[in-house]
Design a protein around this ligand. Structure first.
Ligand SMILES: *[C@@H]1O[C@H](CO)[C@@H](O)[C@H](O)[C@H]1NC(C)=O
Ligand SMILES: *[C@@H]1O[C@H](CO)[C@@H](O)[C@H](O)[C@H]1NC(C)=O
Ligand SMILES: *[C@@H]1O[C@H](CO)[C@@H](O)[C@H](O)[C@H]1NC(C)=O
Ligand SMILES: [Zn+2]
Ligand SMILES: [Zn+2]
Length: 470
């Protein structure tokens, strides 16, 4: 399959990037406007093509194209919907925790095998990375997560978790099912893909480590843009929301050891007191947000653990403190982390102690803020409007939660989307991580079509999208 891209000037209406889809020797041109006219047209290299359609007169890039209608039709096909439900319910009944998603991963691979979609596995232990399309650039990635939570399901329904103490209480079962739905749609449109779609099924989102490990294994190599979504109860089913730029907070934690010198509490001059140093460090940490930060830039530092000593009359060798910090912008987040380190080191030094600070680790991973690329965000918004209508696409406020999708966004431009699943009628009202968490399964065709439409239209518009804000 060949791809040609040209910039044509149409009737004084400005420049339009046009993409030609060359399929089975016939030439399709999907215009960014409504009206198509077949006429002889001059390609810039001087060649004439008969019957080459060109856009007549408008640059309405949010209007529906043929492929989007086809995508929506495929997503809503009753067989497709039932198939996605079946997969989701199977995953829901057999929840697996972070990095233990062996059966989930196997189920996903079986479905990909049946569709004839090739994949790489294992990536980051249980992850699966499938590809379809031309095999050449541009590359666009779609991501879903697979892990469940150590929560006992309390919701009573036909496909309740069969594993005690484990539950899909964050909707990752639905994310995986919808991404498989998108795979099936895109497979049927394979010949029209003007590049390569990379489908990322990642482990361990809840630990904040799966995405990072997938990236370390090269899943973003060649990838130009990425899209991910999360089901939320804040919006009703059929409504989606996101925002450009800073969307979700960065979440970090720190573990500090303040080291002094032990000794009898009655002879303080012979010891170096880490309890005093830890105490003043805690107080000084509270002054960062209150005295150094713009009150309009929301940030949090909390020390939530403090340990030291074993006897009332013995000054211990060391004391430890642990806490968490949050911020919305990458700049604020990094600056806050830097100040936490400086304050602790300086306070320890004032009292002649040394200090050791860890910001990361398997239990205490730092997740950066989720920052959407404005161009990709805008593309997702347009695609969502095409599928759901303008009234169902909202601008989300920034949100204090964190997502390990942030790691992908640190490496490639992309955008994250909230996919509404609130439906009072069926009790789909509980917050993520609630033991009563319920998904409105009517969301599946919505999620699958947005995933698929984003990837499909990104590949035919990538040059225009990436240049749109330059
Ligand atoms: C992407 O490009 C196609 C083909 O040129 C066009 O029909 C469609 O409207 C474009 N979509 C967006 C969101 O730009
Ligand atoms: C662009 O397309 C949308 C959706 O089809 C339509 O509602 C709107 O009127 C169009 N705008 C222009 C300027 O043609
Ligand atoms: C910091 O991490 C290192 C390496 O994992 C470890 O040896 C050390 O004990 C940790 N210190 C604290 C205070 O957590
Ligand atoms: Zn979660
Ligand atoms: Zn989640």
């Amino acid at each position: 399959m060949k791809t040609m891209r040209n910039i044509l000037t149409v009737a004084g209406k400005g420049k339009l990037a046009m993409d030609k889809w060359v399929v089975h020797r016939s030439v399709f041109l999907l215009c960014s406007g409504i009206s198509l006219a077949f006429q002889n047209s001059l390609i810039p290299d001087g060649k004439h093509f008969d019957s080459l359609p060109t856009c007549q007169n408008n640059n309405n890039i949010s209007s529906s194209s043929y492929m989007k209608e086809r995508i929506v039709e495929l997503a809503n096909d009753p067989h497709m919907v039932d198939w996605m439900k079946k997969i989701r319910r199977q995953i829901h009944e057999n929840p697996e925790l972070a990095f233990e998603e062996f059966e989930t991963s196997k189920l996903i691979r079986q479905q990909l095998d049946q569709m004839g979609i090739s994949y790489r596995w294992p990536v980051a232990r249980t992850g699966v990375v499938a590809t379809l399309g031309s095999g050449s650039s541009p590359f666009v990635a779609l991501r879903a997560d697979m892990d469940a939570l150590p929560i006992q399901e309390m919701a009573e329904w036909g496909h309740k978790s069969k594993v005690d103490g484990k539950m899909h209480a964050c909707g990752h079962d639905a994310h995986s099912a919808m991404l498989l739905g998108a795979a099936r749609i895109l497979k049927q449109l394979q010949d029209t893909l003007q590049g390569t779609v990379v489908l990322i099924f990642q482990p361990a989102e809840e630990q904040g480590q799966g995405g990072r490990d997938m990236i370390a294994e090269g899943v973003l190599d060649n990838v130009d843009a990425i899209f991910g979504l999360h089901t939320v109860h804040r919006y009703p089913t059929g409504v989606v929301a996101s925002r450009p730029g800073e969307f979700l907070a960065g979440c970090g934690s720190f573990k500090v050891k303040i080291i002094g010198k032990g000794g009898h509490a009655a002879i303080p001059q012979d010891s170096i007191d880490p309890i005093l140093a830890a105490s003043t460090a805690v107080i000084s940490l509270q002054n960062i947000v209150s005295r150094e930060i713009d009150p309009l830039d929301s940030q949090v530092v909390s020390v939530a653990m403090i340990h030291g000593g074993t006897a009332f009359n013995f000054i211990p060798e060391f004391a430890t403190i642990e806490g968490t910090f949050r911020a919305f912008s990458k700049k604020s987040f990094n600056a806050l982390r830097e100040r936490i380190k400086e304050v602790i080191e300086a306070q320890a030094a004032v009292y002649r102690c040394s200090s050791e600070i860890n910001f990361t680790g398997t239990e205490h991973l730092t997740i950066p803020p989720t920052v959407n690329d404005a161009r990709i965000y805008e593309h997702v918004r347009r695609v969502s409007i095409d599928i759901l209508g303008e009234g169902n696409v909202e601008l989300a406020p920034s949100f204090m939660g964190s997502e390990d999708f942030a790691f992908y966004l640190e490496n490639v431009p992309g955008s994250f989307l909230f996919l509404g699943i609130r439906n009072e009628r069926i009790g789909s009202i509980y917050q993520p991580h609630s033991p009563y968490f319920t998904i409105d399964e009517d969301v599946f065709p919505v999620g699958a079509s947005i995933y698929a439409a984003f990837a499909h239209s990104y590949l035919s518009n990538s040059t225009r999208i990436l240049n749109s804000f330059d």
